[in-house]
Design a protein around this ligand. Structure first.
Ligand SMILES: O=C(O)CCC(=O)C(=O)O
Length: 276
């Protein structure tokens, strides 16, 4: 697997780094080409239609009743059972951008695929580092749009300049339920939509407050492939995220921390600590 490239102009990478440092996130346009995006969507639709016993077993539409997400749940950690997903998580273009943003070698932690069909709920505002608990440093997300997304179909919503905030320990509900009480928008700050074309990737720091609204469109899916990374000096991470992977695909083991070893010192005040 080739993990290094000079796929982007130096000036574009510098602009991404500046935005990342100033805002806590940056939007990299057209990281993936149209035909690649079609391939990813087809791959996961096929995975959904066949199901993967033990790994991905959606309910039928009849069984799902009025909760479309039971028929189209997100695929968790597809890189653990699907070589193509592992390849996308370790993609050399993402690696190149991540190296520039964090200034060192990233380690891949997690992959997810969201179908988010019309009618799907969104996700309450949260900080990823609450769940991943990468130490030292933080995690960083690479969220790739596979459909055009705006506020109507539940695009990502981010609160700029929250990368240096502490992890908020208030009550929160399921990370998959925007009706549950998420964390609030800090006073004087505002949440902004990330309007994205298929193939664009939004990268953000683990403390950045973000979430998404429901898909209120009639017929526009909002599919996305999402990965999380840690900096190469990662010594510990929340249990459930091991093994990590180098961008060359080698599995690595680090200390796994239990829920009560998080920045919030346990579950007090939280309804649950769902895996992110
Ligand atoms: O894709 C979404 O709607 C939310 C994803 C998210 O917040 C995350 O992966 O941390």
């Amino acid at each position: 697997m080739s993990t290094s490239c000079s796929c982007f102009r130096r000036s574009d990478l510098d602009a991404l780094k500046t935005q990342f440092e100033e805002e806590g996130y940056c939007l990299a346009r057209q990281v993936f080409a149209g035909e690649e995006i079609d391939g990813v969507r087809e791959h996961f639709q096929d995975m959904h239609d066949r199901s993967v016993p033990g790994f991905y077993e959606p309910l039928s539409l009849e069984e799902a009743g009025d909760d479309i997400l039971k028929a189209y749940p997100r695929v968790m950690h597809p890189h653990r059972f699907c070589p193509k997903s592992k390849g996308w998580m370790l993609d050399k273009r993402l690696a190149e951008i991540l190296r520039v943003l964090i200034g060192e070698e990233p380690l891949a932690v997690q992959s997810m695929y969201y179908f988010k069909p019309p009618g799907a709920r969104g996700q309450a505002l949260h900080q990823d580092q609450f769940y991943l608990r990468v130490q030292p440093g933080t995690c960083i997300a690479a969220w790739t749009a596979l459909d055009f997304c705006d506020e109507k179909n539940g695009c990502m919503m981010v609160v700029p300049k929250t990368a240096d905030l502490p992890i908020e320990c208030g009550k929160r509900g399921s990370s998959y339920d925007a009706n549950a009480s998420g964390i609030g928008v800090p006073a004087g700050m505002k949440v902004v939509p990330a309007i994205m074309e298929p193939g664009d990737t939004l990268l953000f720091n683990g403390s950045v407050i973000h979430g998404s609204g429901p898909n209120r469109s009639k017929d526009r899916w909002r599919r996305s492939f999402i990965c999380h990374y840690a900096t190469g000096d990662c010594e510990s991470i929340a249990e459930g995220y091991l093994p990590l992977h180098t961008m060359e695909g080698k599995a690595l083991y680090r200390e796994a921390t239990k829920a009560d070893q998080g920045p919030c010192g346990g579950l007090e005040g939280n309804e649950a600590l769902p895996i992110h």
